[in-house]
Design a protein around this ligand. Structure first.
Ligand SMILES: CC(C)(COP(=O)(O)OP(=O)(O)OC[C@H]1O[C@@H](n2cnc3c(N)ncnc32)[C@H](O)[C@@H]1OP(=O)(O)O)[C@@H](O)C(=O)NCCC(=O)NCCS
Length: 145
């Protein structure tokens, strides 16, 4: 798991041994290559993969005008190759792919503290629409909320 997740929300993400992380990291992209409605893009520099983006099409509730939305599930660029435009290129390519699949609404989740990612999304026209609020419940019910 990307260490930034752990840094942004240490109360939620578990620190796992390296080999477990490697196994998860190998398994994760596979579904994006094989399942319908999902796709995986990679950024290459001189034949080397320096970043990836995983995306899928998700259903929207029946009250929505459109039936489906695009969801950018993950985007990551190798630490030593950041700030060279790869993230923006991956996002642009994903938006083009969604457009090709007739998707008109694209969404994603990002930690509020993740300013590099938020800046990137904003430069591409993404705007804050909702806030995901979370609360950790104690095992024993407290006397007050
Ligand atoms: C977010 C991430 C994918 C950006 O990739 P990148 O290749 O560095 O981004 P780009 O070089 O294409 O940057 C495009 C624009 O995004 C913004 N941006 C990117 N990194 C930034 C930073 N560290 N600080 C401020 N703005 C930043 C800038 O507006 C930048 O344009 P500019 O360089 O002309 O100013 C990369 O930082 C990353 O992999 N982070 C860890 C994983 C992560 O947090 N993923 C998002 C989870 S929701």
């Amino acid at each position: 798991m990307d260490s930034s997740h752990l840094r942004h929300d240490p109360g939620f993400y578990a620190r796992k041994p390296r080999e477990v992380c490697m196994k998860m990291a190998r398994k994760y992209p596979r579904s994006f290559l094989t399942e319908a409605g999902k796709f995986l893009l990679v950024a290459e520099q001189r034949g080397e993969i320096i970043g990836y983006l995983a995306a899928k099409i998700v259903p929207l509730p029946p009250v929505a005008k459109v039936k489906q939305a695009g969801l950018v599930d993950a985007v990551c660029v190798r630490r030593d190759r950041r700030r060279m435009g790869a993230g923006k290129q991956l996002l642009r390519a994903a938006l083009a792919e969604f457009r090709k699949r007739k998707i008109r609404r694209v969404r994603l989740l990002v930690e509020l503290e993740n300013s590099p990612a938020r800046e990137l999304y904003q430069t591409l026209g993404f705007r804050d629409r909702q806030a995901l609020m979370t609360k950790t419940l104690q095992r024993a019910a407290p006397s007050k909320l």
